[in-house]
Write a protein that binds this ligand. Sequence first.
Ligand code: SER
Length: 616
Amino acid sequence: MITSVELRQKYLDFFVSKKHKIIPSASLIPENDPTVLFTTAGMHPLVPYLLGEPHPEGDRLTSVQKCVRTNDIDDVGDNRHNTFFEMLGNWSLGDYFKKESIEWSWEFLTSPAWLNLDPKKIAVTVFAGDNDAPRDDESAQIWDELGVPENRIACLSKTETWWGPAGQTGPCGPDTEIFWWQGEGEYPSAKSSPGTDPDSWLEIWNNVFMQYDKTASGKYVPLKQKNVDTGMGLERTLVVLNSFSDVFQIDTFWPIIQKIQAISGREYIESANTVRSMRIIADHLRTATMIMADNIGIAPGNVDQGYIVRRLIRRAVRHGRLIGINENFCSQIAEAVIGIYKNIYSEVLRSHEFIADEIAKEESKFRNTIEQGLKEFEKLLAGFQIAFDKTGERITEISGKQAFKLYESYGFPLEMTLELATENGLTVEVEGFEHAFKAHQDLSRTGAEQKFKGGLADQGEMSVKYHTATHLLHAALRAVLGEHAEQRGSNITAERLRFDFSHPEKMTEEQKERVEDLVNYAIQRDYPVTFAEMTVAEAKEGGAMGLFEDKYGAKVKVYTAGDPNEMPSAHENTLTFSKEICGGPHVANTGVLGKFKIIKEEAVSAGVRRIKASLS
Ligand code: SER
């Protein structure tokens, strides 16, 4: 058996041998990106560098990145879909391009010194070309030269073999995707390709040739630098290497399934239903645990990432009931998850108690109402039956209002009502639910809804200004409240910034005013904003803010508002207002920011406050 530990190491070793620098996994919660809730790919934290900012570690990078994607959540329960996964990635920031990228992927996959996979079972896709970009003949030729026969090089359209931008705008380009034959029987017939026979081919690696920036007007403008962005799925590749037919058999899942078997007293393979429920429980609680393990400390809640965590836990609880688990069990599953990752991601061990507590609280809360909610659901079904008996007409849809009642009174996330409806041959009037839901939520919730659509921040002018304002705010908060006021999260849109920081109590009016004044003072001073590359130790010595943990690579970028040679101090008449470890980008001078205003200061969770502020 090849383990996850071995595969991570092999991948990094291989790319180090090709002169790449290893960068650590970034947080699952994106910093300074308003348009997505989670880091969805290894490229995500690298967007500024893909757009041309220099990276402190150079132009060849490799990493193992924790990722969460919720768009495939309905597919979880089959043999291959997960909401949390690890992405093995390598990047060229304007350095090598298609030839090296493809040749190295091939070498890593097929060389006896590395993964030693059978080349005959590999097929690839290349971009067929359209009005935005030409056919990718170059990639096709490289594959041909490596010996991949023509019938296993599928030329496909943009929907299949193009990647990004992750949102409306941003870096993107044609990709070449690498697939492994998982079909029945012998090695694939001449007719089978990932384009015509998608069920028989498992995508394991995606090499994106990022050469365009999609603009807000929908144009594809060539990027200043041509990049390579590849992503290989750790979980899926382990399936391939171990000849498994099911991703839940790999070593970052199987101990979780075993735990669920022990708690429920049932066998994984007892029936199609137990398999599905156990997979959903394992996937969802693994994801919830990894989100909560992040340094930011997300707890189950009603907005943003917290709401996703809540949905994941609640769905797991319901599937637990379906396999006969009627007592709290989720923190025991979380323990199994922690056991798997504690030596890989140190934050998992650090957050151990927080996770166990929060999961148990959420589970108890939900268990208090789920019984009643399910009864209410039964009542609905009975009502539908009575109506049918009376009128002869069958009601097949749960109204938006009814779904909303299940949400509001019994804590049923919409997905759960949808799932229950499907199990009973019914549909849900989703629009009506959303209508009622929106009417009920405040503005911030609506903002979160938009974020579900996904996408990376455009690097628009306003976002850059807000990013710099965030640094000034961070420095001002520490000056006014004390050193304990540390960044816990940040989110920027073109209209406002949002900044979460640790502080035990509500800020007073005077404190807010003082912070506002200090930031406006820093803007008036028109400090130059510059960066320098250095080691973490040097950054620390120079007074830079940052989480001084294993989050950074050997070299970091430090952005300074003011004189980089001075120690920072956020007060009037100082030479240096703020210094912070950060990827950028930032404005050149603080004077362009305009007027800074705090709109709101509120609690996010115990010990964490949130400020929303605008520039005008
Ligand atoms: N960004 C690409 C993906 O997510 C490759 O890393 O597939």
